[in-house]
Design a protein around this ligand. Structure first.
Ligand SMILES: *[C@@H]1O[C@H](CO)[C@@H](O)[C@H](O)[C@H]1NC(C)=O
Ligand SMILES: *[C@@H]1O[C@H](CO)[C@@H](O)[C@H](O)[C@H]1NC(C)=O
Ligand SMILES: *[C@@H]1O[C@H](CO)[C@@H](O)[C@H](O)[C@H]1NC(C)=O
Ligand SMILES: *[C@@H]1O[C@H](CO)[C@@H](O)[C@H](O)[C@H]1NC(C)=O
Ligand SMILES: *[C@@H]1O[C@H](CO)[C@@H](O)[C@H](O)[C@H]1NC(C)=O
Ligand SMILES: *[C@@H]1O[C@H](CO)[C@@H](O)[C@H](O)[C@H]1NC(C)=O
Length: 385
């Protein structure tokens, strides 16, 4: 408020010139609430200079007078936050509502310089905008206790001291409406065939009063941890992410990862070797390993999830391929080609001298014949000689 006034004064000094009376641009809305709930009312005003906003309350008591509310009033159940930038905006919040808080809440705005001079009758009155808040007694709901195990478990709710008529009741789990046993208006039950990770969760019994009255029964089980993939593959030098999830209620509060070394699980801390990084939330955990190592990293990894009920774990096997592995087929082809080329080359090389011998071979008989002929000729020639 003080800060607001300082800003207001600054505003007054800065703007000076053309002034405009205060006007509302947002008014608080009337609301119906139950005891112990909270209510928020919001108000915005414009004007030049920027108007001041106050909050006033007038109770249901016809004799009561309006009282101004300030930040911290009513044993700190009242909180007011205001901003005075370009225009004024103020929100009042009242927590832990009581029946006596029912009444009219007024947002007052004024930028009249004399607005706070009680002796002078202000030329311009404070302008006011109202909202009614009706607080009704919250009905009492008694619910059956929390469930953690069993089959054919019946959970139930029972309403009493409802301040408006009960028109019906039903059960919800998350966004799903359940088929429930509606034999009475003030009592309702639901049977859980089997308590497991699928049926775990928050069950709400809802009684159709105005406003609705809600009770909650929690069905809690240990985590149900499963690996996204039982086996992950990575290449040497690359990175890989091993993931586990749990889909039970309540959420996993603690995830841990282990590497199984000689059948002994060794915990992996986040940031180990600047290569292992863990990222988790209540339903999922990721172990990211960067710069995969061909010898050190392959093996079995265990993710372990724990909640207030228990713990469960799953195993992921990591295989790491050599960086050359991807090259093997290519290298195979290259090797094959090389072998072929070598064979052809050697063949060709040997073929050159063989060329003659091949002809020799082909004409070996005639050659011999020739030689014979020659000899014969020689002989004949000699003979002829
Ligand atoms: C209102 O005031 C009148 C007289 O001042 C008194 O008789 C009456 O009881 C008061 N009512 C309440 C609800 O306080
Ligand atoms: C409902 O709860 C009240 C107490 O809160 C108890 O007296 C009453 O017997 C319960 N009714 C049923 C049907 O459980
Ligand atoms: C419904 O609830 C009533 C009272 O608790 C019980 O007698 C009846 O057997 C229930 N019916 C079913 C279908 O569960
Ligand atoms: C692990 O460390 C990274 C940064 O180094 C951080 O973003 C992440 O939240 C940490 N995870 C856990 C489970 O602490
Ligand atoms: C965890 O994160 C995943 C996405 O990475 C999201 O789908 C899931 O709802 C989150 N769970 C919780 C409990 O925040
Ligand atoms: C999982 O972690 C919990 C708590 O950290 C521990 O008690 C439990 O033995 C671990 N379970 C496995 C299978 O490692």
């Amino acid at each position: 408020m003080a800060a607001g006034l300082v800003l207001l004064t600054l505003g007054l000094c800065a703007l000076g010139g053309a002034s405009a009376a205060a006007g509302f641009i947002k008014s608080p809305l009337s609301q119906k609430k139950l005891t112990e709930e909270s209510v928020e009312l919001h108000c915005e005003a414009i004007g030049n200079p920027i108007p001041e906003i106050q909050w006033w309350f007038e109770g249901a008591d016809p004799n009561g007078t309006a009282i101004q509310l300030w930040d911290g009033a009513w044993q700190n159940r009242v909180q007011i936050s205001a901003t005075y930038q370009h225009h004024s905006s103020s929100t009042i919040a009242i927590t832990n509502l009581m029946i006596e808080d029912s009444g009219t809440y007024e947002c007052w705005a004024s930028n009249d310089p004399d607005r706070n001079h009680l002796s002078k009758s202000p030329k311009v009155k404070w302008i006011r905008s109202q909202a009614n808040v009706i607080v009704t007694k919250r009905a009492k709901i008694s619910t059956s206790p929390e469930v953690t195990a069993g089959s054919n478990v019946i959970i139930s709710c029972n309403i009493s001291e409802a301040s408006t008529p009960i028109k019906g009741n039903y059960w919800m789990k998350g966004e799903t409406k359940l088929d429930s046993n509606t034999t009475a208006l003030d009592f309702t039950s639901y049977m859980i065939p089997k308590v497991d990770y699928e049926s775990s969760g928050e069950y709400h019994c809802i009684f159709d009063t105005s406003p609705l009255t809600k009770g909650t029964v929690l069905v809690k089980v240990a985590p149900n941890v499963v690996a996204y993939k039982k086996t992950e593959h990575g290449s040497e030098g690359d990175s890989v992410t091993l993931s586990c999830k749990s889909n039970s209620y309540p959420y996993v509060t603690q995830w841990t990862w282990y590497k199984v070394v000689d059948q002994v699980p060794q915990p992996i801390a986040n940031g180990t070797d600047e290569r292992f990084y863990i990222q988790s939330n209540g339903s999922k955990t990721d172990l990211r390993i960067i710069l995969l190592h061909l010898e050190k990293d392959p093996g079995n990894y265990v993710c372990n999830g724990t909640n207030e009920i228990g713990t469960d774990s799953a195993e992921v096997t990591l295989r790491v391929r050599s960086r050359l592995a991807a090259l093997w087929p290519f290298l195979g082809i290259v090797a094959e080609v090389l072998v072929l080329v070598t064979i052809i080359f050697i063949y060709e090389k040997r073929r050159k001298p063989n060329d003659i011998s091949e002809d020799d071979d082909g004409g070996s008989a005639p050659l011999k014949g020739n030689t014979a002929n020659n000899t014969d000729k020689n002989v004949r020639q000699r003979n002829a000689n």
